[in-house]
Ligand binder design. Structure first.
Ligand code: FE
Ligand code: FE
Length: 190
């Protein structure tokens, strides 16, 4: 794997200033969550800094790269190509930053949709993305932030609810992985 500072610098050059600041915020949050839940801090750090590395690509570029990486693009991703920045970012990171750790790759791959039975690292990246310090206010933000350090799964359910509600209000498509993600968390809750 390439050195952290090399990766950070590459990511900085690929992203708008605000998005780079967001990525640093996700990193800071992911490290705190990693300490709280006993997850390898280095994995948290790397996954967080690269998670949005392909987010500034256009819809056309994302579809093109997804094809190149042989990602099986579904009709929902075709209609909402921004969903592809997770999978494309994951495979890009594997190729360019030589990240071989499957857990890191999966955390990046699924950070937008979620999926069922996520690992702790995947959950941390998913939630850190939502609650990091630079996030613009939305109604549930403070309670999700608080819950993330108390009961991670419950914080994830709250986040999935708020994402799905937002998507429905805008009459956008919901990816099936997001539904599976939410259902698996609800089924796992005592
Ligand atoms: Fe993202
Ligand atoms: Fe993000």
């Amino acid at each position: 794997m390439k050195d952290y500072y090399f990766i950070q610098n590459e990511v900085k050059n690929m992203l708008t200033f605000d998005r780079f600041i967001h990525s640093l915020g996700v990193e800071k949050e992911a490290i705190k969550l990693g300490e709280r839940y006993g997850v390898d801090i280095n994995k948290c750090r790397i996954a967080a800094i690269v998670h949005d590395c392909q987010k500034d690509l256009s819809d056309e570029e994302l579809i093109k790269k997804a094809m190149e990486y042989k990602i099986d693009v579904d009709k929902i991703q075709l209609k909402s190509p921004q969903l592809l920045h997770g999978p494309v970012g994951a495979l890009y990171s594997k190729e360019k930053f030589e990240i071989e750790d499957e857990e890191i790759i999966n955390a990046v791959y699924y950070h937008t949709t979620g999926r069922e039975n996520m690992s702790l690292l995947e959950k941390i990246i998913y939630i850190a993305d939502i609650i990091e310090e630079n996030r613009k206010y939305f109604p549930q933000l403070e309670s999700i932030r608080h819950e993330a350090y108390k009961d991670l799964d419950n914080a994830l359910i709250m986040s999935a609810d708020s994402t799905i509600t937002y998507v429905i209000k805008r009459r956008c498509l919901i990816h099936p992985l997001t539904i599976e993600f939410r259902n698996s968390l609800l089924l796992g809750v005592k």
